[in-house]
Design a protein around this ligand. Structure first.
Ligand SMILES: NC(=O)c1ccc[n+]([C@@H]2O[C@H](COP(=O)([O-])OP(=O)(O)OC[C@H]3O[C@@H](n4cnc5c(N)ncnc54)[C@H](OP(=O)(O)O)[C@@H]3O)[C@@H](O)[C@H]2O)c1
Length: 247
């Protein structure tokens, strides 16, 4: 098994892409720790994943982040893989309508949250020469007409450049840092945009492959970066998007 003996920490592992990732990493032999802020969802998810524990925590709170990491170390003694996946999507609004608190909320979760987890986990990854996978978005790669989620795009673009910064900064410790940019994936996050048949057709047509993605299709790419199959890959940014960002 490709991840036998490895300990993986997946932020936002209670649903969507994070849950699919936790499952595939566990099926490949890893012991997984998933985080989230909703207790019920987290407990339900841990029942679905073998070799998993859930530790509640709000990514906006440094103390919560420290607690997740220390619980992981208490239980398993090491961390090999960090998947920076937790994220939120804002209300669609034009830039001139966004309030300070709305802007700050998105950056706090999607960007500062990834910084908080990475900062806490790096000392353990230095011991294991582990791997970080950042979940950005096509929205971090380019602008889309009518998308109007600027704080989200800014947070995801920042994560792309941080992937490269961290890859260089920690290459001396043999820590690999890579990034995945999904297109539209069928999760709770995108439900509001997929309500009607017309919405679904529109979103499917946005992707040259002719359909939106499934969480498992992103999880398989995360699995690749987490495993030794990607042993010489660091600082890479991979679009997993049915070709959406090519347009
Ligand atoms: N779905 C897409 O089309 C798409 C496309 C591109 C990129 N992405 C990115 O992929 C990642 C996963 O997205 P998804 O679609 O799987 O989203 P999702 O189904 O909405 O799940 C989001 C996850 O993040 C957690 N989370 C949110 N706010 C949190 C906070 N303050 N503290 C701790 N955990 C928090 C949630 O935990 P709770 O359940 O406790 O709220 C949940 O586990 C995100 O970074 C997203 O931006 C998604």
């Amino acid at each position: 098994m490709k991840l036998s003996g490895k300990i993986a920490l997946i932020t936002g592992g209670s649903r969507g892409i994070g849950l699919a990732t936790a499952k595939i990493l566990s099926e490949n032999g890893a012991k997984v720790v998933i985080t989230g802020k909703n207790k019920e969802r987290l407990e339900k998810a841990t029942l679905e994943i073998s070799n998993s524990i859930g530790v509640m925590g709000d990514i906006r709170n440094t103390q919560d982040v420290k607690n997740v990491v220390s619980k992981t170390i208490e239980k398993y003694g090491r961390i090999d893989i960090l998947v920076n996946n937790a994220g939120v999507f804002p209300k669609i609004k034009q830039l001139h309508e966004i309030k300070d608190e709305e802007w700050n909320e998105i950056l706090d979760v999607n960007l500062t949250g990834q910084f908080r987890f990475t900062r806490e986990v790096i000392p353990y990854l230095q011991k294991t020469s582990g791997s970080i996978i950042n979940i950005s978005s096509d929205a971090g790669l380019k602008a889309y007409q009518g998308f109007n989620a600027d704080a989200y795009s800014a947070s995801k673009a920042a994560l792309i450049v941080l992937t490269k910064c961290w890859a260089l900064e920690y290459s001396k410790d043999r820590i690999r840092v890579n990034c995945i940019c999904p297109g539209v994936v069928d999760t709770d996050m995108t439900k509001p945009f997929l309500k009607t048949q017309k919405d679904k057709e529109f979103m499917n047509n946005e992707h040259p492959i002719g359909r939106i993605g499934q969480p498992e299709e992103v999880a398989k790419a995360i699995m690749y970066f987490a495993s030794d199959d990607a042993s010489w890959i660091t600082g890479a940014v991979l679009a997993v998007d049915g070709g959406e960002s090519l347009k």
